[in-house]
Write a protein that binds this ligand. Structure first.
Ligand code: ADP
Length: 302
């Protein structure tokens, strides 16, 4: 059993030839509404990977809310603890994609900002019943802190994907079982610039010394670097033809959580995270690109 506490967004994706200049009005070539948010993406990943998944989060009371919840339910995510929030909009991301492939994103936290520590206290039992709780940083930090506190009391393992990195992340939030930043986030967290393997190891070790029991830095096409009490080691990638790496990190985190919840070693869980990231990178889109349990097992076969 995995519980995900995090953001639920509707991504409004507009494709255009070129970004508009300030003051300019342009016509888009296409418009798509795509469910997203790191929390929701990771919940979908964990559900596809075969776990019983509960989501704790908030949507608004607008037209997007029902579609967001229905979308998660269709993917097999239990939304009993996803609440609608009165007089509030759902989380949104307005994404402009230029023909060149570059994008510009404006987000509205909306109901995600209204997920508060009291909400978490109200569903303490959901955390208690879970083997792993999966967290990101698109909901208020005091809420994340409340989850970590309750999980410590109930003995539930905590995985924190520290994204996006806020100004000054309090060290208490790193007192978890595993953190899984990508390279950029690891640079922001440590203030180091990371390119060589030696630099990756230095960053991972530095983060480990700040309190998490395991540090996993995801390295895109290079796989992932794991550092814990047994030292550092590279967990190799599954080579793939990458077409769109959107949600590769979310696919990785969801699959890692599932294999770890099922009792696999941390190395094996990271290896299956790599398989999930590789599959997501080989397909277009965010949630639709996430592979099923059968696909993960097929790719990850020893
Ligand atoms: P994020 O999406 O958060 O930036 P990464 O780009 O590091 O995260 O991707 C997460 C994981 O997905 C990587 O650790 C790796 O296992 C897998 N992955 C991503 N891109 C590729 C790729 N081009 N080839 C193979 N695996 C990939």
């Amino acid at each position: 059993r995995v519980v995900v506490v995090g953001s639920i967004n509707m991504d409004l994706v507009l494709k255009c030839a070129q970004f508009p200049q300030p003051g300019e009005t342009i016509a888009a070539d296409s418009f798509n509404e795509v469910p997203g948010g790191k929390g929701a993406n990771q919940a979908v990943s964990a559900a596809r990977a075969g776990a019983l998944v509960k989501m704790i989060g908030r949507v608004g009371d607008d037209a997007f809310a029902g579609r967001l919840v229905a979308g998660l339910q269709q993917c097999g995510v239990d939304c009993t603890s996803v609440w609608s929030t009165e007089k509030c909009e759902s989380g949104l991301a307005l994404i402009l994609v230029e023909e060149s492939g570059q994008n510009t994103i404006v987000t509205v936290a909306g109901a995600n900002a209204r997920l508060l520590p009291a909400d978490i206290k109200a569903v303490r039992n959901v955390i208690q019943e879970s083997d792993v709780v999966l967290l990101q940083l698109e909901v208020p930090l005091e809420t994340v802190r409340q989850v970590i506190e309750i999980a410590a009391e109930t003995g539930t393992r905590v995985i924190l994907d520290p994204a996006p990195i806020p100004q000054g992340l309090p060290n208490e939030l790193l007192q978890v079982d595993l953190i899984c930043p990508n390279e950029r986030e690891a640079e922001q967290l440590t203030g180091l610039s990371i390119t060589t393997l030696a630099e990756i190891e230095e960053a991972a070790k530095g983060l480990y010394q700040r309190g998490p029991k395991h540090v996993v830095i995801t390295l895109g096409s290079q796989g992932a670097y794991l550092f814990d009490e047994n030292g550092g080691r590279l967990i190799p990638p599954f080579p793939t033809d990458a077409v769109d790496t959107t949600a590769a990190g979310d696919a990785f985190a969801g699959a890692l959580a599932v294999w770890w919840a099922e009792g696999a070693s941390v190395e094996e869980a990271v290896r299956m995270g790599n398989a999930a990231g590789a599959i997501a990178a080989s397909r277009l889109g965010a949630q639709p690109s996430i592979g099923s349990r059968a696909e993960l097992e097929q790719l990850g076969k020893p």
